[in-house]
Design a protein around this ligand. Structure first.
Ligand SMILES: [Mg+2]
Length: 276
């Protein structure tokens, strides 16, 4: 597999810490790179954030013709929702909403787990637990915490791992994953980024190996990990600057039309991975 760049039917990106810093707008250089990529093939963005977050971080920063926007697939809240461009506006294709009882149970477990571990913040910036309809997200310092504070809270991921390890057995009917630097995302069992990616595969009539995913949380605890498990070739990054390099290299590779990709690819099917 992966003989030529044109075997790739679409590129999928995580948003926070992959296309932009957490909850921050795209850098103009990234916006330009994305439009350039969209000129070549479909692009999907799948993130733990709400649609409104996509609007503020991505859509408000993209200047592109309708034809280009028509190639953009948006999957907020880990693919539990799906939006496409229809007649000049963004329309929702589906939403896998949680029931009120499910959300109440998730919120209770997240709060109790956080308190047990001593992580419950008494003076957060914004809500600690956010009801996103199809997803519940716990953000340890609050939804509106400052970037620097968030980065310093759990730099090696130990706290998020502990939260996931403690909360997951109490929520057997749900997916519990580490999202951003301070957040844990909970969705219905089987409804995670892999679910979103499978929906995209159906839309594009694509096999897993015909997609390429770029994300910063491909570790086993991370919310990008399910995509790797689907068999989609994945490119690990640590920042948006990293991703910008990958996009530039992808475009050069695409335009060249031959050879092996110049960036590192991870794959759940080891023989399929290519490491230059
Ligand atoms: Mg991320």
């Amino acid at each position: 597999m992966y003989q030529t760049p044109h075997a790739t039917k679409a590129v999928i990106f995580d948003l926070d810490d992959t296309l932009a810093p957490s909850k921050s707008p795209l850098d103009p250089s990234m916006a330009t790179a994305l439009v350039s990529l969209l000129g070549r093939l479909p692009v999907c963005i799948i993130s733990g954030g709400r649609f409104e977050q996509f609007q503020a971080q991505v859509l408000d920063r993209l200047t592109a013709q309708e034809q280009i926007l028509g190639r953009l697939h948006l999957m907020p809240t880990c693919g539990t929702r799906y939006y496409r461009r229809r007649q000049g506006s963004w329309s929702q294709i589906y939403s896998e909403d949680l029931s009120a009882a499910e959300k109440a149970r998730i919120m209770q477990v997240l709060e109790e787990t956080s308190k047990t571990l001593g992580y419950w913040e008494e003076h957060p910036r914004g809500e600690l637990i956010d009801d996103r309809g199809s997803q519940v997200t716990y953000s340890a310092l609050g939804q509106a915490a400052l970037l620097g504070d968030k980065a310093a809270w759990d730099p090696d991921g130990t706290k998020k791992s502990l939260l996931v390890t403690r909360a997951a057995p109490l929520l057997p009917d749900f997916e519990v994953r580490a999202g951003g630097s301070t957040s844990i995302d909970v969705t219905r069992k089987g409804i995670d980024k892999a679910y979103g990616v499978r929906k995209l595969m159906t839309q594009l009539h694509a096999a897993p190996e015909e997609l390429l995913f770029v994300g910063d949380r491909l570790d086993e605890m991370g919310n990008d990990y399910p995509v790797l498990a689907v068999g989609v070739p994945c490119v690990p990054v640590t920042s948006w600057q990293d991703t910008l390099v990958v996009i530039t290299q992808f475009i050069e590779w695409w335009d060249e039309g031959t050879g092996a990709p110049p960036f590192r690819i991870m794959s759940a099917r080891p023989h399929a991975a290519r490491r230059p």
